[in-house]
Design a protein around this ligand. Sequence first.
Ligand code: ATP
Ligand code: MG
Length: 230
Amino acid sequence: MAWPDRGDIQIKGLSASYQGKEDVKVLDGISLDIEAGEKIGICGRTGSGKSSLILTILGLLDPSPGTITVDGLTLASLPRETIRTRFIAITQDQFVLPGTVRQNIDPFNNCSTSGIVDALRLVCLWDTIEHNGGLDAPFEEDILSHGQKQLFFLARAVLRKTVGRVVLLDEATSSVDQKTEEIVKRVVETQFRQHTVISIAHRLDTIVDFDRVIVMEKGCIVEVGKPTQL
Ligand code: ATP
Ligand code: MG
């Protein structure tokens, strides 16, 4: 496996702002060492900077100042394209593109039909997709609920699990019901056992089995601990 083949992450003195709003630090002096294979949950109120942290790790927000190092490589030294293709991520604003179900789950045509079906079965979506015309039918957004859409993107992430060792999950706020959440939890546990996982959670249930939870507030980390300690 090419970089990142372990998935240890060091974040040092990381601050970040959105373009055109350089006077507002949405991340403010974040430092965190994450071991390869660790499962980290991120909690915090709306606007506390959780998604911004994920976006900065993905190279979509510029760290200024600060550094993020993954398996010994500083992200700032890598092309954005490398980061995008080697990290496995579900961002908060994921959307469906015009086209078929297959094109949406496997845009670069890397996967076999049986692989795609297996991934969709894993997230309990295959019956719904099959019922609506299968992989080569147009992807009609309204056949899936918000929660199911989340699961669809999770299936896409599972199909990409061999590209690297870093998984970043930013689940949509209101759209996750209990059943969806249980599926996400089971899939993360079984499919990303070896991966480093950073997952933003809106409920403590999702991350009770994680190694550590960090709590963010106003762009800072205000607490780090085992899920049971918080
Ligand atoms: P939520 O739980 O609602 O998803 P969050 O913890 O993910 O919240 P962020 O989205 O990281 O919070 O937002 C952190 C800060 O950055 C907020 O003050 C927000 O207003 C600001 N922000 C977010 N996106 C942008 C953007 N595209 N342009 C400018 N500011 C932004
Ligand atoms: Mg967010």
